[in-house]
Design a protein around this ligand. Structure first.
Ligand SMILES: Nc1nc2c(ncn2[C@@H]2O[C@H](COP(=O)(O)OP(=O)(O)OP(=O)(O)O)[C@@H](O)[C@H]2O)c(=O)[nH]1
Ligand SMILES: [K+]
Ligand SMILES: [Mg+2]
Length: 449
């Protein structure tokens, strides 16, 4: 893969559509335009052209856009063909471009990679574009847009600026020390700056991983004894028959996931096997998985069906780790003989629902949405594990500075840790040492992006 090649790819989804966009970038862009259109359209102006192959056959009438370097997405000479979106049209034009021998098919993410290498985007903006394209819900779109607009990179850059100042002060004090006259104030000021940055980064790291969860979806585990109505509730929320429902206890074995958009928030509901002691080996494995999924969830819906012999809840309560968020739900309100009110001490129910009549379901979903949106009040800055790891590295070096300075160790060590913290921080935007992450990052993009 060479960065001096001219690359081409379909930028729109494959298949039949009104318009399909073929994208082109690289030094041979003008030559390819000239071959297909008969001339090079004026830059940045939509121009209607007849496209022909080298044999002179008419392939399509298309709107063609030419972008002259460096004023393009990639920073290179680039073009877009807005074709009629038939599969045969796209193939014919693509073939004509490749037949010129001047271009090749792009790798996944190669346009964005070139934009990064040419300084048109930093890594966080490139990730923002990828997330924007993957966004399925409104909250995901907003988060991707914030990142594309620079929320993370601006914060990281301001930390970098301050750490550069801190390092300059520390190094200045080292220079002075050669002359035997060390103004203590300089290094102290440097350490004070780095310790303030340290505190700010730790605060940002303490975000409950909300940004990562917003990207992948918050998980809500539906748990409870067999026949509590877990699968029926999942089907009701999904609006289709995802899970098997039956009057036999122990129907569900595997965890079943459904992705939903709950008023703009991405939520993955997980239906699980009914929790009980059992001799059945397969069911026991299901119960084990159910517990694992519940413990890893952001929120647990603990379901229990009414006991029509008494107003007390039936079955033994499952004990979950203290820090797990839980909503207690009493099901089958339509057949309950004993009325149950929300918050009733005998029934421990936060919500009373019927998945058959729909009673209480909207209120339950609203409560789930509120729990999630409460976590996202502070727009999170970290959206990927990659960011988190770089910040943890940065903090590790900054921590050493405060330890070193409290033990009055050689200021050269302090300057070195400041340098290392800057390196770690610079990985987020891609300012330093990122060659090793580029392949991994951009290969996750789709072709044509
Ligand atoms: N009347 C009424 N019946 C319900 C309701 N929810 C579930 N049921 C019935 O209760 C039985 C068990 O429902 P499931 O959804 O399979 O229960 P489950 O908790 O998934 O059961 P397991 O997978 O075996 O643990 C089925 O016969 C359902 O039709 C409800 O709200 N009202
Ligand atoms: K069942
Ligand atoms: Mg079930």
């Amino acid at each position: 893969m060479s960065n001096s090649d001219t690359i081409v790819a379909l930028a729109t989804a494959p298949g039949r559509s009104a318009i399909a966009v073929l994208r082109l970038s690289g030094p041979s862009t003008k030559a390819i335009l000239d071959t297909l259109c008969g001339n090079v359209p004026e830059a940045r102006r939509a121009s209607l052209r007849r496209l022909r192959n080298s044999a002179g056959e008419l392939l399509d009438q298309a709107v063609v856009l030419y972008f002259s370097s460096p004023a393009s997405f990639t920073g290179e000479d680039a073009a877009e063909f807005h074709l009629h979106g038939g599969q045969a049209v796209v193939s014919a034009v693509l073939r004509a471009i490749l037949d010129t021998g001047l271009g090749r098919l792009a790798e996944p993410g190669e346009f964005s990679r070139r934009a990064f290498l040419n300084g048109r985007l930093d890594l966080t903006a490139a990730e923002g574009i990828a997330d924007l394209i993957d966004a399925e819900t409104e909250a995901q779109r907003q988060q991707a847009m914030r990142q594309l607009e620079g929320s993370l990179s601006e914060t990281v850059e301001s930390w970098r600026d301050r750490l550069i100042t801190a390092m300059a002060l520390t190094e200045a004090s080292l220079d002075f020390s050669d002359e035997g006259d060390v103004p203590d104030g300089l290094i102290d000021e440097g350490i004070a700056i780095s310790s303030a940055v340290h505190t700010e980064i730790v605060n940002v790291l303490n975000d409950g991983r909300t940004g990562e969860r917003l990207r992948t979806g918050f998980s809500v585990a539906i748990v409870g004894p067999p026949n509590a109505g877990k699968s029926t509730l999942l089907n009701r929320i999904a609006g289709r028959e995802v899970a098997i429902v039956s009057p036999f206890a122990g129907t569900t074995r595997d965890a079943i996931e459904v992705r939903c958009d709950i008023d703009g928030f991405p939520v993955v509901f997980v239906d699980t096997a009914g929790l009980r002691d059992t001799e059945d080996e397969i069911e026991r494995e299901g119960v084990k998985r159910a517990r694992q999924r519940a413990e890893a969830a952001d929120l647990i819906l603990q379901l229990h069906a009414p006991d029509n012999q008494s107003s007390q809840i039936s079955g033994s309560e499952t004990i979950w780790p203290i820090d797990v968020e839980l909503i207690a739900v009493r099901t089958k309100a339509d057949i309950s003989l004993f009325p149950c009110t929300v918050g009733d001490a005998n029934t421990h129910a936060d919500f009373v629902i019927s998945a058959v009549t729909g009673q209480g379901i909207d209120d339950l979903l609203l409560a789930i949405k509120r729990r999630i949106s409460k976590r996202t009040i502070q727009a999170p800055l970290i959206t990927r594990e990659r960011h988190r790891r770089a910040l943890i590295d940065t903090v590790a070096h900054l921590e050493r500075i405060s330890e070193t300075s409290s033990r009055a160790i050689n200021p050269e060590f302090i300057a070195e840790d400041m340098r290392l913290s800057l390196r770690a921080l610079g990985q987020i935007t891609g300012r330093v040492g990122v060659e090793h992450i580029l392949d991994k990052l951009f290969s996750g993009f789709c072709i044509g992006k």
